[in-house]
Ligand binder design. Sequence first.
Ligand SMILES: C[S@@+](CC[C@H](N)C(=O)[O-])C[C@H]1O[C@@H](n2cnc3c(N)ncnc32)[C@H](O)[C@@H]1O
Length: 207
Amino acid sequence: MNSFKKVKWRVFKLKFEHDEVRIDKKIGGKALNKRIETEFASKGAKDTQSTDYRLLRPIFKNITLSPDDKFVDVGCGQGRVLSYLITEENFKGKLVGIELSSKIADFTKKRFKNTPQVEIINGDAVKSIPSDGTIFYLFNPFTGEVLRAFLDGIENIIKHPATIIYTVPVHHSEFDNRRNFSLIQTFSVKREYMDYDAIVNIYEYRP
Ligand SMILES: C[S@@+](CC[C@H](N)C(=O)[O-])C[C@H]1O[C@@H](n2cnc3c(N)ncnc32)[C@H](O)[C@@H]1O
């Protein structure tokens, strides 16, 4: 990168982080833009990293939300997606975040302590699937093996139609040959100054 490009990139990054942080701070008053290395790699967990706002906007343009929905963030990390839905999408339904790491879950519980619409569960999402969940959000939270167990869990527990949003769907092949899941939308989002576009897959679940 030449020095002009470097300066342009720095300015972009500062403005971008400032804008993200401003939205993050609307609930709980904290910035959520730092990546935190997982302590649970042996359990198939990926690092804690908040979904980029550049993805959240196009994702939720493609999803119809109703106050009767229960939205579940599977591996909610620090809760950016949950607070985005409340502050930017005016979502009125119930929100559940499931987080494996107790350190991260405690942080996230504190953020939402004055937001009764949100419930944070500290545990393994594979074992804590809410039976009344209607929209499940996954930002590449775990390995393919764990995703397989999670999808088996959905098939055992969820008895109504549901939507699964899989952002950065690294292990998408786990959905193949499952007759209850159909890929209804896939799109990519270009992110300025990033080497690759982000893919988002949306699946319909019909038991
Ligand atoms: C990439 S972060 C996504 C955070 C959040 N969903 C977002 O989009 O801003 C993935 C999170 O999933 C959590 N995780 C990994 N395996 C899990 C499991 N089996 N059950 C619950 N959470 C898990 C990780 O600890 C991490 O915080």
